[in-house]
Design a protein. Structure first.
Length: 630
């Protein structure tokens, strides 16, 4: 269903009643999932042959008020309609859907004011086809002839998308609102790596594509045709990547911004403040975020010193971590040993989960080695039908440089009870897509897009690291120091992110601050600072979200006393999916008030006490996704 004005962009429906489950299941794509190059919405619709279109603007139309797409107008229209809806008139138990949906729309509208400052820089070293080409197909089904044809179609469209990104970046040069050089210089070796291999060895052609093709029931003649056309498409993609490399080297990089943070750009301070609102879903000022980071650092350092006293270590915190980095006792010899350690830790945590959680959904989890060198690890959600498992990708490429004392906290954060548990509760509860899915593959657009509630999502991951203490999986003070190392790292982020983008810090000052206050190596610190320069505000969400979760838990514990059940509290948080922090607090407050011991009336049919249906007050209905959300 495309826009009736003939523009080719998606049309949307606002359902002020209750949509049928069948309708929603067919039509609703992942809310806020803005790039069809990311097929992780598989299972929600048949879009596996499509890619997003990034239509460039001619120079004459390079004004923000003209750089508008149908979604912006629809958001404005939807908000106007929602303003006319009284929550009391809604179907039973849909007030939370209403509140979340309205706040998502408002956040998007607030961010659209910065469209021309973000969308025109779609290439960086952190995301996209150049850094993680396997993500282009890892979530696609490969079984039928149609599946393989869909993938070839995606490959065929990819050069056009790359060229469109080049055109957008030309606009950023004209607007003098480019990324810093550190955000794009790493893209060059990524492209060179993709160009250096034969087409048959390209990650766009290699397994699982070729393996699945060989194992499929597709006829041999058809298999050969698929191979031939896929290889031809890969060749065209490589040609487009060469064009991108030439453009970056000859045009874009000579024009990258000279200020480190976005605060030095025209309207940059306002942009950064909006990025903070987008990621934290709070109205905290940069100064408040900065001060919170310093306060948290002092608290965590006290815990660190207590652990060192128990270990009878007489040196400084920095000396302790330096000793750990050079002690063979705290390293694995091979990648296989490192991967096995991650798997063993998941087994250990699994045995403890029932202490803090109940009714855990039965969705698969797998642990795979990363195919590229990057962060220590990351999680990708599985599909709603369970056919694609939730996956923890572990970086096992450098076991000699990976200290084992931090592995447990990483597993807790990324798998259970962290992001994997967070994901599967949402999937099992059958939440509307805009509440259920916890990922987005387009950080470069933010804040000019729909929110993903970073503080809630990543706050839960950091809170899960804290739960490891309660489950007793940190078995000694060395592991506990690893946990504290990761926690203070998130506190330091509050200081350096605001330092770079608001207080005008130089990159080197931020690097030295991180080195002086965390266990990170110089190489890791440099990569982290480059990340913060590329994604303003994103890294602040972890600590802010975790603090809110712990505060809400403390509030519920104080109010309910002996009647407080931690498993019920966790079910409340997880079964209701991601949301802004103010609405999360409202959710907990109403749960407390409805408990018999708080003087309220316990409502057995309340919306937080049972799974929500796919049917919902509002659904973002998209049948035709050839257009682009902005």
């Amino acid at each position: 269903m495309t826009c009736d004005k003939g523009c080719g962009y998606p049309a949307y429906r606002l359902c002020t009643g209750v949509c049928s489950g069948a309708d929603t299941g067919e039509d609703c794509c992942c809310y806020g999932r803005n790039d069809m190059a990311d097929p992780r919405c598989s299972g929600l619709g048949d879009h596996h042959c499509r890619l997003s279109s990034l239509p460039p603007l001619p120079p004459a139309t390079c004004q923000a008020d003209k750089f508008r797409f149908t979604t912006q107008d629809k958001v404005r229209e939807f908000l106007a309609k929602l303003d006319g809806v009284h929550p009391g008139s809604l179907p039973t138990n849909r007030d939370l859907d209403f509140a979340i949906f309205k706040e998502h729309l408002q956040t998007a509208q607030d961010g659209f004011a910065f469209n021309m400052l973000q969308i025109v820089n779609p290439v960086n070293f952190l995301e996209g086809i150049t850094g993680d080409p396997a993500s282009f197909h890892v979530y696609l089904p490969f079984s039928t002839v149609g599946d393989f044809e869909n993938y070839i179609q995606r490959l065929t469209l990819l050069p056009k998308q790359i060229d469109e990104k080049i055109e957008l970046m030309k606009i950023s040069i004209q607007l003098k609102h480019t990324l810093h050089n550190v955000s794009v210089v790493g893209v060059i070796p990524q492209i060179e790596k993709l160009l250096s291999v034969n087409d048959t060895e390209s990650p766009l052609y290699a397994p699982p594509f070729t393996t699945k093709l060989n194992e499929s029931s597709v006829s041999e003649d058809k298999k050969e045709s698929v191979r031939t056309r896929a290889l031809a498409a890969v060749g065209h993609v490589k040609e487009a990547l060469r064009r991108l490399k030439t453009f970056l080297e000859d045009e874009y990089m000579p024009n990258t911004r000279t200020t480190w943070g976005v605060g030095g750009l025209p309207n940059g301070t306002a942009l950064y403040e909006q990025c903070l609102r987008y990621h934290t879903s709070t109205d905290m000022t940069p100064q408040q975020v900065h001060d919170l980071g310093l306060s948290e650092m002092a608290r965590i350092q006290t815990n660190m010193q207590a652990a060192l006293n128990r270990l009878k270590f007489n040196g400084s915190i920095q000396q302790f971590y330096e000793d750990i980095r050079h002690n063979p006792q705290f390293h694995k010899n091979t990648s296989e040993e490192l991967l096995d350690t991650y798997k063993d830790y998941v087994k250990i945590i699994t045995l403890k989960l029932s202490l803090l959680f109940k009714n855990i959904p039965d969705y698969p989890l797998r642990i795979l080695p990363m195919t590229f060198d990057g962060p220590l690890g990351f999680y990708q959600s599985g599909s709603p039908d369970g056919k694609v498992p939730g996956t923890f990708y572990a970086n096992v490429m450098n076991p000699a440089n990976t200290t084992t004392i931090t592995l447990m906290s990483l597993v807790l954060h990324e798998t259970i009870p962290g992001h994997h548990l967070q994901s599967i509760y949402s999937l099992a509860t059958r939440l509307p897509p805009y509440r259920a899915f916890i990922e987005d593959s387009n950080y470069y657009r933010m804040p000019a897009t729909f929110p993903i509630n970073t503080a809630h999502i990543e706050g839960w991951g950091l809170y899960a690291e804290f739960l490891g203490e309660e489950m007793g999986v940190y078995t000694d003070d060395y592991m506990l120091m690893g946990r504290y190392s990761d926690e203070i790292f998130r506190a330091v982020r509050l200081v350096v992110d605001t330092g770079l983008h608001y207080f005008g810090w130089e990159r080197q000052r931020a690097i030295e601050f991180m080195l002086n206050n965390t266990a990170k190596s110089r190489q890791t610190a440099e990569m982290e600072i480059n990340r913060y320069l590329t994604w303003p505000g994103q890294a602040t969400a972890y600590k802010i979200g975790e603090i809110k979760l712990r505060d809400l838990r403390n509030k519920a514990t104080a109010a309910l006393g002996d009647h407080f059940d931690i498993r019920d509290f966790h079910s409340l948080i997880l079964e209701n999916g991601k949301m802004p922090l103010d609405l999360l607090e409202q959710l907990v407050d109403e749960w407390i008030a409805s408990h018999p011991t708080s003087g309220g009336t316990w409502l057995s049919g309340a919306w937080w006490s049972k799974p929500l249906l796919w049917s919902t007050l509002v659904c973002w209905s998209v049948k035709e996704l050839s257009g682009q959300f902005f």
